[in-house]
Design a protein around this ligand. Structure first.
Ligand SMILES: C[S@@+](CC[C@H](N)C(=O)[O-])C[C@H]1O[C@@H](n2cnc3c(N)ncnc32)[C@H](O)[C@@H]1O
Length: 196
């Protein structure tokens, strides 16, 4: 069953505000800062499309993609250009910047193919922000179980997460194309920019 946080974008937003308390704005702002004005942006696994609020002033062309119909319908009602698609099997539209926030873990063990797919539709760069110190991998069994239970977006529970080492390994084939990489200010997420 789809986890309650994925029942409606408002629930998702509230949950993320609580989970990311103290760095919620930075979560999007740090990605937005990497996107120049007048760019086209494809937000892959866009969720509640929160990124849009941080880049709309830059006159970007924003397209979101997510397989959650409720999320997509709500985004469309907001006037956003969002497509319902399964990014594992469906084709993605091209854009200058392809963004994936907190979503790469969902594609383990096919994460490298996913990065390649993102690169194939990117004209300028792929920007990935990924958590490397997840609640789901907490040594506290209660915290980790709750973390895992809250992580079924609709196609099964996602039990695997990256840590610093496994993400570094995942990015190794792309190392010559990485133009920017850094820990986010929260020291939990890693941000990487890969050129196509
Ligand atoms: C953890 S949320 C991240 C949402 C948003 N990027 C953010 O940072 O808040 C993961 C999102 O990925 C979407 N998703 C998961 N697997 C997907 C797939 N195969 N195709 C499209 N969307 C998918 C879910 O519906 C959910 O909205």
């Amino acid at each position: 069953m789809r986890s309650p946080i994925y029942w409606h974008p408002t629930i998702y937003t509230l949950f993320m505000r609580a989970l990311c308390f103290g760095y919620y704005n930075e979560r999007y702002q740090e990605v937005a800062d990497l996107i120049p004005s007048n760019s086209s942006v494809l937000d892959v696994c866009c969720g509640d499309c929160k990124l849009f609020d941080y880049i709309k002033f830059k006159k970007v062309t924003y397209v979101g993609v997510d397989f959650n119909k409720v999320f997509v319908d709500v985004a469309k009602k907001r006037g956003l250009h969002v497509q319902q698609a399964n990014v594992l099997i469906d084709n993605l539209p091209q854009a200058d910047y392809i963004v994936m926030i907190s979503s790469l873990y969902q594609f383990i063990p096919h994460h490298q193919q996913m990065i390649e797919k993102l690169l194939s539709v990117s004209k300028k760069a792929v920007i990935i922000r990924e958590c490397v110190k997840s609640h789901s991998t907490s040594p506290n069994p209660l915290v980790s179980t709750v973390g895992k239970l809250l992580n079924n977006p609709g196609d099964g529970m996602k039990t695997k997460r990256f840590n610093k080492l496994t993400l570094k390994k995942a990015l190794k084939p792309f190392k010559d194309k990485i133009s920017h990489q850094t820990f986010a200010k929260n020291d939990i997420d890693y941000i990487v920019m890969i050129k196509p």
